[in-house]
Design a protein around this ligand. Structure first.
Ligand code: NAP
Ligand code: MG
Length: 406
C-alpha cells in the first residue's frame, strides 16, 4: 500500500439523508479514506439531527465553510408536511441549501459530467455547458394583483427621507387584467456577477451573460451594466486567464448555446436560469451526472450533486432489495472539493488524486460498468447494470491499481 496523500487544510464535510447518505459512506470508506490523510470537519445534516439541534447544525456548517473555504455536501431532505409526519419533526425546517446559500451569499453553478458512451441529446455538445443562476429576486419575490374593474395601476416609490414620491403609471385598465411588481438589488446583482467571474476564472472558461435589454431598457439594462462594470474591474485577471466575456441578447444566447460545442459558463437571470438549467440537464442525459457548486463572491466553495436524496431507491434499500443508484455526481462532489482544496493549499498531489479519481469513474462507465439510469441511455447500449455498491467497488479497484502504478 502506498503512503496516503496528505491534505494540508481541513475540508468541511456535510452529511445528509436517505439513499445519498448510504452512498456517501460507501464513497468515504472505499474512495477517500484509504487514500488520503485528511482532516474532515464533520456536520450531520441528516433530518433527525437538524431537528434535534433546531436546525442550528445547518448554520454551523455554513459558518464552517466560511471559515475553512471549501465544503462537500450530501443531498438533504427539505421537509414538507409529509416529511414532518414521516420523521416526527418539531417543525417544517427550511431548505438547508437555501440557508447555506443565504449565509454564503452564493451563486449555484450546475455542471454536467461528460462520458463518451452517454451521448447528449444535442449532438454538437462535447464540453459541459455550465449554468450560473442568479438566485435572488425578479418573479421569485414579486407581488401580483388580478385587476377586477376599470382603473389605473401605478408604481410608487417613497424615499425614506421624506423627499417627493416618484410615480409611474403601469396601465389604465378598461376591464379585467393582471399586474405584477418585481425588484432586484444592485448588491445582489454585483455578488452574482462576481461569483460568475470567480467561477469562470477558476475553470478558465468563457463567460456569457444574456438578458433582454433591448426591450427592458432599465431593468435588464441595469443587470447588463452592473455585470459589465464587474467584468471591467476584473479585466486584467480575465485576460491573463484567457477568459472572454460575451454579452448577448437572451434569445441569441439560447440559439448560440444550442449550436455550440459547449465549454462556457452561461450566467442567467433568475427565471432564465430556472428554465435553462432543466433544459441543459435533460439535454446532457441523467440527473445522476449533474454536479453543483455554490460559490460565494469572496471565493468560498461548496460542492454537491444536483439531485436529491433519491427517496424511492432508499425505500427499496430499507426493504432489503438491491438498488442501482448512480453515485457519480456524489463522487464528483468529493473530487471537486478536493481539487479546490488542493488548488487553494497549493498541493498539486491532492489535485492530481481528484482528477485521477474522476478519470477512473469515467473509464469505468466507458468500459460498460454503469448503473441502471445510464444503461437506459448508453450508446452503444449496455447489456447489464451494476448495483449501487458494485459500481463504487469497481471504481475502488481501478483507483487502487492506478495509485499503485504511480
Ligand atoms: P431526487 O432525489 O432527485 O430523485 C428523483 C428521481 O430521479 C429518482 O426517483 C430517480 O428516478 C432519479 N434519480 C435522481 N438521482 C438519481 C441517481 N443518483 N441515480 C439514479 N436515479 C436518480 O428527487 P426526489 O425524490 O423528488 O426528492 C427526494 C428528496 O430530495 C426530497 O426530500 C427533496 O427535498 C430532496 N432534494 C434535495 C436536494 C439537495 O439536497 N440538493 C435537491 C433536490 C431534492 P427513478 O425513481 O425513476 O429511478
Ligand atoms: Mg427549473
Amino acid at each position: 500500500m502506498q503512503a496516503k496523500i496528505k491534505v494540508k487544510n481541513p475540508l468541511v464535510e456535510i452529511d445528509g439523508d436517505e439513499m445519498t447518505r448510504v452512498i456517501w459512506h460507501l464513497i468515504k470508506e472505499k474512495l477517500i479514506m484509504p487514500f488520503l490523510n485528511i482532516d474532515l470537519i464533520y456536520y450531520d445534516l441528516g433530518i433527525k439531527h437538524r431537528d434535534e439541534t433546531d436546525d442550528g447544525v445547518t448554520i454551523e456548517a455554513a459558518n464552517a465553510i466560511k471559515e475553512y473555504g471549501v465544503g462537500v455536501k450530501c443531498a438533504t431532505i427539505t421537509p414538507n408536511a409529509a416529511r414532518v409526519k414521516e420523521y416526527n419533526l418539531k417543525q417544517q425546517w427550511k431548505s438547508p441549501n437555501g440557508t447555506i446559500r443565504s449565509i454564503l451569499d452564493g451563486t449555484v453553478f450546475r455542471k454536467p459530467i461528460i462520458i463518451k458512451n452517454i451521448p447528449p441529446a444535442v449532438r454538437k455538445w462535447e464540453k459541459p455547458i455550465i449554468i450560473g443562476r442568479h438566485a435572488y429576486g425578479d418573479i421569485y419575490k414579486d407581488v401580483e394583483m388580478v385587476i377586477e374593474e376599470p382603473g389605473t395601476a401605478e408604481i410608487i416609490f417613497t424615499p425614506v427621507d421624506g423627499k417627493e414620491k416618484k410615480t409611474l403609471k403601469v396601465h389604465d385598465f378598461a376591464g379585467r387584467g393582471v399586474v405584477m411588481g418585481m425588484h432586484n438589488t444592485e448588491k445582489s446583482i454585483r455578488s452574482f456577477a462576481l461569483s460568475c467571474i470567480n467561477y469562470a476564472l477558476s475553470e478558465r472558461i468563457d463567460l456569457w451573460f444574456g438578458a433582454k435589454d433591448t426591450i427592458s431598457k432599465k431593468y435588464h439594462g441595469f443587470f447588463r451594466d452592473v455585470f459589465a462594470e464587474e467584468v471591467e474591474n476584473a479585466r486584467d485577471k480575465l485576460q491573463e486567464a484567457g477568459v472572454r466575456y460575451r454579452y448577448l441578447l437572451i434569445d441569441d444566447a439560447v440559439a448560440q448555446v444550442i449550436k455550440s460545442e459547449g465549454g462556457m459558463l452561461w450566467a442567467c437571470m433568475n427565471y432564465d436560469g430556472d428554465v435553462m438549467s432543466d433544459m441543459v440537464a435533460s439535454g446532457f442525459g441523467s440527473l445522476g451526472l449533474m454536479t453543483s457548486v455554490l460559490v460565494s463572491p469572496d471565493g468560498k466553495y461548496e460542492y454537491e450533486a444536483a439531485h436529491g436524496t433519491v427517496m424511492r431507491h432508499y425505500y427499496e434499500y430499507l426493504k432489503g432489495n438491491p438498488t442501482s443508484t448512480n453515485s457519480i455526481a456524489s463522487i464528483f462532489a468529493w473530487t471537486g472539493a478536493l481539487a479546490k482544496r488542493g488548488k487553494l493549499d497549493n498541493t498539486p498531489d491532492v489535485v492530481r488524486f481528484a482528477k485521477m479519481l474522476e478519470g477512473i469513474v469515467i473509464q469505468t462507465v466507458e468500459k460498460g460498468i454503469m448503473t441502471k439510469d445510464l444503461m437506459l441511455i448508453a450508446e452503444p447500449p449496455a447489456t447489464k447494470y451494476a448495483l449501487t455498491d458494485e459500481f463504487i467497488s469497481a471504481v475502488a479497484n481501478g483507483l487502487e491499481k492506478a495509485v499503485q502504478a504511480i
